[in-house]
Write a new protein. Sequence first.
Length: 368
Amino acid sequence: MTAKKATLALACGEVFEGTAVGAVGETGGEVVFNTAHTGYQEVLTDPSYVGQLVTFTVSELGNYGIHLGDEQAPVAQAAGLIARRVCKEPSNWRSHQSLPQFLEQSGMVGIEGVDTRKRVRILRTSGAQQGIVDSTGASPQALVERARNAPGMEGQDLATRVSTRAPYRWEEGVAGRTPQPKTHEVVVVDYGVKRGILRQLVDVGCGVTVVPSRTPAAEILARSPDGVVLSNGPGDPAAVTGADVQARELLGKVPILGICLGNQILALAMGGKTYKLKFGHRGANHPVRDVVGDKIDLTSQNHGFAVDPRSLEGKVQVTHVNLYDGTVEGIAAPELKMFAVQYHPEDNPGPHDSRYLFRRFVQMIEGA
């Protein structure tokens, strides 16, 4: 059987020819890259990747297959996949299906056989940009034009789009571990929450209720939570409808943990500003310095926006700094019982260096 051709077109005019993998069709989004060597299933099902075409820098993808249970959302979330090579016959006792089967079943369009190193060089030089992956035979010129006319990430409220429509309880903990007895009730505001975050909260003894992103602060407080988590999510933090007001009305009334987008929303609530990074932070090995604890953690990251440190002066404490580029990776306001980090302490995928932050959250609840 002859492999079907596919085309990747970038807004800058670059065109890559390759082979279709997954569903047949056309998909568009912001083209980004992820440097993690494992965790493609978690990445593709992470709601933070909504609206993005993910380029994986690892030379071969899919060699350990797909394990049903590792996904971070009920369905695939990324707009599409770009890879150097995709394994068709995985070797792993946990595997339920191959990556191409998963992509096809999920309706996700992908392309393989492209020079991903060149792709990353373009993004690092020109910045993240819109792109189109097509396996229907459309002309490259038409695809470039469509990519140029596609809206960028700035100004897009994608968090509201992916959030749950109704509150629900979450009971599942980390696989293979016995969770602590439930001692505290927390509310998670869903801007695009990963299941790994919910599992970690259960693991440290929290009863978890997840609520929609637009839930007013008064309704959240009416549940009498011991703590509130503002979750990760996609898109522009400054565009999330009502999020800064919601966070501002929660501050000082209940202990708060912010994760990734939640960190940015809390910064906005404290009077700070956010800005678009040139090509973002996406990978599983980003070094972050804990300024307060005077140590370094390797962290899992996925964000295209950052907090402007100058806008926070005199308003909040910067607690973590990225050692690659000096950007803000964490903030805290102890008097308001709040701390937040820009990275993903639930480590799906990634190292376990930062899991202690969930225990710190529980300690803050108990101290309050």
